[in-house]
Design a binder for this molecule. Structure first.
Ligand code: SF4
Length: 736
C-alpha cells in the first residue's frame, strides 16, 4: 500500500557541519534530500554529499545480514550464530594470549553516533585491551596532543571568529573546500570569510599549493611543504623581538620566558631558508597579523600531515595566545556546552593504556597510531594482535603503507568488519557485520555539544527505518560482551543490570524498558543543568539556545585552577631539534615531494563509491609545467609515481598551482568495494596514493605519518590508460 510522502527534519552526519536536512520519504524510502531552510544555524551549508546520501542507503552492495566467510565468498548467518561464533573465537584468543591480542580500529563515521561510540568503548574496556586505533592518527592527533598539553584537555573546539576578525592567517587550511568543518563547525564559513574580506579583513593563506582558498587570499605564502613550523616560528620571533604581544594575555599564561629564550636562539635567515619564504615576507606577515585589531591563526591538516606537524600546530596556538587572539572577539574562541559527562566518566573503570608493544609509543587521547597496526599484527610475541574488529573504518586505504597492512590483516585468526559495505580493509574478514546508515537512526551528538560557532543543539531523528533485521552497532558490541561474559564498562554489575532490563522488557512487552545507550545521553544532558531534554525535542529544526559568548575557555580553566601552558617541554624540545636540522633537500632518487589535497565530495576515504557524486576520481598527479617538460610528459599522460614503499600510476595534470619539485595526488581514492557473493568484480575509482607513504616515517610527537611530505619519483608510464591494476599489490577491476 503506497503511503503519503512525508518530510523528516534531521541533520547530516558526514562532517562536523551537521547541516540541517529536510528528507522527503515515501514508502519508507528516501526520495529527496534538501537543506532544511528552517534550521536556524546551518541551512546555508548543504552539499552534494548529503544530497546523495540516499544512494548510500540504497547501495547495491550493501550488507543486509551478518555474513560468514566460507572459502572465497560469504554466506548469510543469523545474529545469534554471528555473536556466538565471534564471542567464542575472541574468548579463545583472550584466554590464550591476553587482552592485547584483541585489537580494534574505528573510523570517522563512528564519531556521529554517541550510542555506537559508548558501546564500543564499553566492550573494549570489558576486554581490557590497549590495542585501540582510530582515524584521528592520520589527521587529528596533532591538535589533540597540543590541546592536551596547553589547555589540559584534548578535545577542545577552538572556533575561528570569521565574522569579527580583521586578519585571518590560514595555515594548511582550505576552507573554500572544507568550509572550516575541521575540529569545529562554522556554517557557510568560507562565504563569511569572503564577506569579511570585502569589508576590509586581511586574508593570508600559507600553503604550498595555490588552493582555491589561496587564490582568493590577499596574500598567498607558498611555503615549502612540511615547513609551516619554520614560518610560524619566524612569525613568533618577530612578534616577540619587536614587542608585538598582548602583554596581559601573554603573561596570563605560563611559559613566556621559555618562548623568549627559544626565539633568542633563532636565526631568521635560517628559518627563511628552511620554509623557503623570504625574510621580508615573514616580517611583513608577522606585523600585519599582530597589529590587526582582531584576528586568528587557524591551522589544519596541511600542517599536521608532516613529521613537523605537532610543532606547527603548537606554534599556531602560541601565536594566538601571545597576540591576544585566544578566547577573544575576532579570534579563536570556545563555546559553552550543554552537557556534563564528567560525573559519569569518573565512575568508569577505564583500563590504563599501555605503550605500544613494538615501538613503545604512548597512546594519544587513548588510542595508538594506525601506522603501528601492521607491526603489532605481524610481530610475534606476547601481546601480538591475533583478532581485530574494524568498525566503520578503512585503515588500509586511509592510513600509510596499505599493502603491508593488507598483508597483516590477512594473517589474523579472526577479522570482523562492521560496516555498510565490504571495503578494502575488510577483504580478509571472517565475518561481515551489517550497520545501519545514519539516516536510519536517531542521534544527539553530545561529543560535539560545544563545536558550533554559536550554542546550538539538534536532535536528529531517524528518517527511514533500517532494512529488516538490521541492528545498530551498539547492540552488536553489547551482545558480544554479554556472550563473552566480560564486564561492560569495566563493571561486573553492568552486565547483570542490562540483562535485567532486557528481561523486564520481554516480560512486560515494553521494548523501551530494555537498556539503550540513549539513557546515557539523557543523563549527561540532565547533568549539564542547562537544557531540558523535552525542550531539545521541541525544536525539530535545531535550537540556537543562547547567544555566542567569549572568554568561556579562560573561565573554565580558572574553575579548574589551571593556566595555559605556552611551552610544554616535549614541544619545546622537538622545536629545538627541528631548528638544529639543515634545510631539507630531496634525495636524488626521489626528487619530488608528494603533498595532499582536499576533495569537496569525499569525506576522507568515504563516499568515493557513491554513484553520480564524482565527475571523475581526484587522483590526477598535479605537476608544475617545468617538471612535466623535464620528464617529457604532457597533460593527461600516464605517469608512474614511486616511493621507497610502493608505486601507483595515474594521469598527470600539468598545472602551476604547485611549485616545481612538488606533486599532488588527492587521498581517499582507490579503495575497492567488494561483492560479498563474489559474483561481480570489485568496484573502484582512482588510485590509493596513501600506500606510497611509509608507516615508519612519523611525526615523533603526534605520530601522524608524512602524508603530505613523502619524497617520490615520477616517470612516464606506458601509453595505455592507467587503472588500479597498475597499483602494486593490487588485483582489481571494475570502475564506479
Ligand atoms: S557533508 Fe555537506 S551537508 Fe553534510 S554536514 Fe558536511 S557540509 Fe553539511
Amino acid at each position: 500500500v503506497a503511503r503519503m510522502a512525508r518530510t523528516v527534519f534531521t541533520f547530516c552526519r558526514i562532517c562536523e557541519a551537521r547541516c540541517g536536512l529536510a528528507v522527503t520519504v515515501e514508502n519508507d524510502r528516501v526520495v529527496q534530500i534538501a537543506p532544511d531552510k528552517e534550521n536556524p544555524h546551518s541551512w546555508r551549508d548543504f552539499c552534494a554529499k548529503a544530497r546523495t546520501a540516499g544512494r548510500v542507503v540504497d547501495h547495491e552492495r550493501r550488507i543486509l545480514a551478518p555474513l560468514r566467510r566460507v572459502g572465497d565468498r560469504y554466506v548469510e548467518a543469523s545474529w545469534d550464530e554471528a555473536i556466538g561464533d565471534i564471542a567464542r573465537r575472541l574468548r579463545r584468543v583472550l584466554d590464550a594470549h591476553g587482552p592485547d591480542a584483541i585489537g580494534a580500529y574505528w573510523g570517522n563515521p563512528n564519531g556521529w553516533s554517541e550510542s555506537n561510540h559508548l558501546a564500543r568503548d564499553a566492550f573494549l574496556d570489558a576486554i581490557g585491551t590497549s590495542q585501540r586505533y582510530n582515524s584521528a592518527s592520520v589527521d587529528n592527533n596533532a591538535v589533540l596532543y597540543v590541546c592536551n598539553e596547553m589547555y589540559g584537555t584534548a578535545r577542545l573546539f577552538l572556533i575561528p571568529d570569521v565574522d569579527e576578525a580583521h586578519c585571518m592567517l590560514l595555515v594548511g587550511a582550505n576552507p573554500a573546500v572544507s568550509a572550516f568543518n575541521w575540529t569545529c563547525s562554522v556554517p557557510g564559513g568560507w562565504k563569511r570569510v569572503l564577506a569579511a574580506q570585502a569589508n576590509g579583513a586581511d586574508v593570508i593563506v600559507v600553503d604550498p599549493r595555490r588552493t582555491e582558498t589561496a587564490a582568493a587570499a590577499d596574500t598567498h605564502v607558498a611555503v615549502r611543504p612540511g615547513q609551516d613550523w619554520a614560518f610560524l616560528l619566524g612569525l613568533l620571533t618577530v612578534v616577540l623581538t619587536e614587542g608585538l604581544i598582548d602583554a596581559a594575555d601573554a603573561n596570563d599564561a605560563d611559559g613566556l620566558a621559555e618562548l623568549v629564550r627559544l626565539v633568542s636562539e633563532v636565526d631568521l635567515e635560517h628559518l627563511a631558508g628552511v620554509c623557503d619564504v623570504p625574510t621580508d615576507a615573514i616580517v611583513d606577515v608577522a606585523r600585519r597579523f599582530a597589529r590587526a585589531p582582531t584576528g586568528f591563526c587557524f591551522t589544519a591538516t596541511g600542517v599536521s600531515h608532516h613529521r613537523t606537524g605537532a610543532v606547527g600546530e603548537w606554534l599556531g596556538h602560541v601565536l594566538n595566545v601571545v597576540t591576544g587572539r585566544l578566547d577573544r572577539t575576532g579570534g579563536r574562541y570556545k563555546q559553552r556546552s550543554f552537557v556534563d559527562t564528567a560525573p559519569f566518566q569518573a565512575r568508569l573503570k577505564r583500563p590504563p593504556r599501555r605503550p605500544s608493544r613494538v615501538r613503545g609509543l604512548p597512546a594519544i587521547n587513548g588510542t595508538h597510531s594506525m601506522a603501528e597496526m601492521a607491526g603489532e599484527i605481524l610481530t610475534p610475541g606476547p601481546g601480538q594482535i591475533r583478532a581485530m574488529i574494524i568498525h566503520a573504518g578503512n585503515p588500509a586505504n586511509t592510513g600509510p603503507a596499505g599493502a603491508e597492512l593488507d598483508r597483516a590483516l590477512s594473517q589474523l585468526d579472526l577479522l570482523v568488519a562492521v560496516d555498510m559495505v565490504q571495503r578494502e580493509s575488510h577483504r580478509h574478514a571472517h565475518w561481515l557485520i551489517p550497520a545501519p546508515h545514519w539516516l536510519e537512526r536517531d542521534d544527539l551528538l553530545i561529543s560535539f555539544a560545544a563545536s558550533s560557532d554559536e550554542p546550538f543543539v539538534q536532535y536528529g531523528p531517524q528518517a527511514v527505518p533500517p532494512p529488516p533485521g538490521m541492528r545498530e552497532e551498539w547492540r552488536f558490541f553489547i551482545d558480544l560482551a554479554l556472550a563473552m561474559r566480560r564486564p561492560l564498562f569495566g563493571h561486573r554489575g553492568a552486565n547483570t543490570a542490562i540483562r535485567a532490563t532486557r528481561a523486564l522488557a520481554r516480560i512486560t512487552g515494553v521494548p523501551a524498558l530494555a537498556f539503550h545507550p540513549r539513557w546515557y545521553t539523557r543523563l549527561v544532558v540532565a547533568a549539564g543543568r542547562t537544557l531540558r531534554w523535552q525542550d531539545i525535542l521541541d525544536h525539530p529544526h535545531g535550537w540556537v539556545w543562547s547567544e555566542r559568548r567569549y572568554g568561556v575557555l579562560r573561565a573554565e580553566l580558572a574553575e579548574r585552577g589551571r593556566r595555559i601552558q605556552l611551552a610544554p617541554p616535549t614541544l619545546l624540545a622537538r622545536c629545538r631539534e627541528l631548528l638544529a636540522q639543515p634545510a631539507p633537500a630531496a634525495p636524488a632518487e626521489f626528487p619530488f615531494l608528494l603533498i595532499n589535497k582536499r576533495d569537496k565530495n569525499l569525506m576522507n576515504s568515504w563516499l568515493s563509491d557513491v554513484p553520480g557524486l564524482h565527475r571523475k576520481p581526484g587522483t590526477d598527479v598535479e605537476m608544475n609545467p617545468s617538471d612535466a617538460d623535464a620528464i617529457g610528459v604532457r597533460d593527461g599522460d600516464p605517469v608512474r609515481v614511486a616511493s621507497p614503499v610502493a608505486s601507483v600510476e595515474a594521469p598527470v595534470a600539468v598545472t602551476d598551482v604547485v611549485a616545481p619539485g612538488v606533486v599532488t595526488i588527492g587521498h581517499g581514492w582507490g579503495s575497492r568495494v567488494f561483492d560479498p557473493t563474489a559474483e561481480k568484480p570489485p568496484m573502484v575509482a582512482g588510485v590509493d596514493r596513501n600506500r606510497l607513504v611509509s608507516n615508519t616515517d612519523l611525526d615523533p610527537v603526534s605520530q601522524i605519518p608524512a602524508l603530505s611530505s613523502t619524497y617520490v619519483s615520477v616517470t612516464r608510464a606506458g601509453s595505455r590508460a592507467p587503472s588500479l591494476a597498475d597499483t602494486t599489490d593490487r588485483e582489481s577491476e571494475g570502475v564506479v
